[in-house]
Design a protein around this ligand. Structure first.
Ligand code: AHR
Length: 327
């Protein structure tokens, strides 16, 4: 009897120890499941919120991060390089997977970028370039060709004014790549037109309020001479339009205005006949920024400069295309 019980017990234990094929497959499957992919953590140091263009860029990058389940640490520098350096230092300390930097100005980045390099954190520059002695301090620059934008604006203005105009220039933030390059490209192209002369040129910091303020000063000193305005961004042109109207002048008619960015407000001003043209500079960078980070993290080589395509829009077609504008 004892012997029978022992055999039955042994059979029972034996059965338990032999899982069915299904159980075995399930167990194997559970054991070999790939570990959940680690969430990417990206630090993004943004210039600020000085223009509609900048706000559109922030929205695009934030939106894309959310869509892809990326944790984005966002820092608004409020136009100050010192704030950007602090943000980068903190991102490095937090060991983020990559840093996205839209630099306020071109110079002064060596030391903090060296720290990022030593920590093995790739730095992706967006929309503005920098000047560094060692280009390996950043991985890539995703931006427009600002020099070309300046050239496009000058060629269009020369055509519109038959190569003869007194130009008043509203520059972007002093030391910022778009201000330097848009001026450079514009002046280069103007060399072919000796009667196109920049009579006054001043920074208005890429903002509508300063654009208005500087234009008011131009009107005060040179009202009769103002024939054309070249603004390094749409917001400054919109401020200038306000100043011209308040002074009883006719922007878009007595004064020809061209600016850069292609924001909705510029299209509205063109439809209203107050702005003559805008050169688009695409701020919708989210998708390309995260595609690039994914490649870099996978060890793929990416080009040093990834150029966004720009095109010029005139008043004559503004009404047709305004509904298609995304920003
Ligand atoms: O760097 C891009 C420029 O910066 C945009 O043209 C301007 O609107 C912005 O502030």
């Amino acid at each position: 009897m004892r012997w029978l019980i022992a055999v039955a017990l042994f059979a029972l234990v034996g059965c338990k120890q032999q899982p069915s094929e299904k159980q075995q497959q399930a167990a194997e499957g559970a054991g070999s499941a790939a570990p959940a992919a680690k969430k990417l953590v990206i630090g993004f140091s943004q210039v600020g919120a000085e223009s509609a263009w900048r706000t559109a860029e922030t929205k695009s990058i934030r939106g894309e991060a959310e869509k892809r389940g990326v944790e984005l640490k966002f820092a608004d520098a409020q136009g100050k390089q010192a704030n950007q350096i602090n943000a980068l230092t903190s991102f490095i300390a937090q060991k983020v997977d990559a840093i996205v930097l839209a630099p306020v100005v071109e110079t002064g980045w060596e030391s903090v970028l060296m720290q990022a390099k030593e920590a093995n954190i790739p730095v992706i520059l967006v929309d503005r370039g920098i000047k560094v002695s060692d280009e390996s301090l950043y991985t890539t620059l995703i931006a427009s060709d600002f020099v070309e934008e300046g050239r496009m604006a000058a060629e269009w203005l020369a055509k519109k004014t038959n190569g003869k105009a007194n130009i008043f220039e509203l520059q972007g933030t002093t030391g910022a790549a778009p201000a330097i390059d848009r001026k450079k490209g514009f002046e280069e192209a103007l060399k072919k037109y000796p009667e196109m002369v920049i009579l006054k040129s001043q920074s208005a910091d890429f903002t509508r309020a300063k654009g208005k303020e500087v234009m008011e000063a131009f009107i005060k000193s040179d009202r009769e001479k103002i024939q054309a305005v070249y603004a390094h961004n749409d917001d400054m042109a919109l401020g200038a339009i306000q100043a011209l109207e308040e002074a009883g002048m006719n922007p878009g008619k007595d004064v020809t205005l061209i600016s850069i960015d292609g924001v909705k407000g510029a299209f509205e001003a063109m439809v209203a006949g107050k702005l003559n043209a805008t050169v688009e500079c695409n701020p919708l960078m989210g998708p390309i920024v995260f595609d690039t980070i994914t490649k870099v993290k996978a060890g793929e080589k990416v080009p040093k400069f990834i150029q966004s395509k720009d095109q010029l829009f005139e008043q004559s077609t503004a009404a047709q295309v305004i509904s298609t504008r995304e920003y």
